[in-house]
Design a protein. Structure first.
Length: 98
């Protein structure tokens, strides 16, 4: 079965091929553009992260700006090399202090 038997002219076949080629090319260009846009955004995010890590490392504040918890090096026992011992808690009769 040929195109001629379906009633399509050569012009219509060429027009359909051009239309499909245009659609495939347009989608390809969109995908390639999106890839490069995402690549640039990833690089910008990487630069911001490296800049933030550099600022955090340069600050003299003993707590992490991200979590708010002190680092191990900020405790006197870690700096002095000693071991940390938790304070003992005196227990009352029923555990409730007056």
């Amino acid at each position: 079965m040929t195109y001629r038997s379906r009633g399509r002219s050569v012009f219509e076949v060429v027009l359909a091929i051009c239309f499909v080629t245009f659609l495939v090319g347009f989608i390809t260009v969109l995908c390639i553009g999106n890839y490069f846009r995402a690549k640039r955004a990833q690089e910008r995010q990487r630069q911001r992260r490296l800049q933030k890590v550099g600022q955090d490392a340069g600050s003299a504040h003993p707590t992490s700006s991200r979590s708010g918890y002190a680092t191990d090096s900020s405790y006197p026992s870690a700096a002095g090399g000693g071991s940390y011992e938790a304070p003992s808690v005196a227990r009352g009769g029923n555990g409730v202090s007056a």
